[in-house]
Ligand binder design. Sequence first.
Ligand SMILES: Cc1ncc(COP(=O)(O)O)c(C=O)c1O
Length: 402
Amino acid sequence: MTDLPMPRLYFDNAATSFPKPPAVQGAMVHYATHLGASPGRGAYAETIEAGRRMNRCRDLICRLIHGESADHVIFTLNCTDALNLALRGVASHYRQMNRPIHVVTTELEHNSILRPLNALKDEGVEHTRVPCDPVTGLVDIDDLRNAIQPHTRMVAMLHGSNVSGTLQPIREVGSITREREILLLVDAAQTLGHYPTDVQDLNIDLLAFPGHKGLLGPLGTGGLYIRPGVDHQIHTIREGGTGSVSEQDVQPDFMPDKFESGSHNALGIIGLAEGVQWILDQGVEQLWQNEQTLSQMMLNGLLGIPGLRLLGPQALEDRCGVFSIVTDGWSPAELAGILEEHYGILSRPGLHCAPLAHQIFGTMKSGGATRLSLGPFLHEDDARHVIEAVHEVCKTGVEVNS
Ligand SMILES: Cc1ncc(COP(=O)(O)O)c(C=O)c1O
């Protein structure tokens, strides 16, 4: 990586965010250099300080999402791990009580919801996938309401699509789930840190999120917010040492220890705290406004390019900063290769771990799409550069291939 041809322009924030605020790296270096101890695993100053820094991260996340209790922010490996804990934990709770369980989800989901739900079928967990609009990807709220059955315990769905950028109507879904007294599990992989998210206002019971995307922490971090009270409807899926009540050979039932077995990724979590602090300092409303400005530029610029199709909604209010495109002249992988080689633009071609979404948009057989995704360190000039580059490549693609 020493002889890269030109400055790199990172447009793959939907995979993981880059760059991170400098304080993230600073906190990780400080921990690795001066502390190094495992939080909650000793009484000496370093472990106490590591624990304090880790719990500060819980507090900051709780503040960002307007949670009711920081102890209900559970650290996980990533968003997939958080979704597995929520889905499998709730399934296990109902199975133990010998009660049937049905989950409502959507066709737009990432494999991190689709695959656990498919695996859980073998354990008697039924699910219904609500269809999404083939152009916008939006779910029809009446279809979702009608999919709820007497034994439905949960609606599990993403907030923002990592394929089409579609922002699903989570507020309306939250009103329905609260009224029907079923759980709402939201996959906020593409929205937390970008979009102002208030779990109490939106009636979200379970919020799964990565630490390494919108929250600007390092890879290997993530979390699940569990609304107080809902923790009793979730079984542990992993038991082990917690550094607490060690005289007991069964899992503690208090939070967060109930769901945090084994030593933590203290290095990552302490870095993550600084990512969240940076977001709080900037103001997530302001960050969202900046992203909307770039999104509007991307919409205007990309929609005007002949031979290009942009997946997902054309209305700004229905989308987040994820833009997947297909072109007449180039395959998604070819387009990504040209953007990198000739323009230094880093994008993500393929199916984005969301096969059903690509089926909806009719892009499954042709190799998916090329995804460009926004982050808080991109500027208007960057958006202009990417639009001009795509324009130029599309023009030559049509010439070369016609
Ligand atoms: C919508 C969505 N859900 C879940 C995930 C999984 O996130 P993680 O890689 O943190 O497990 C992703 C990752 O791209 C995603 O885009």
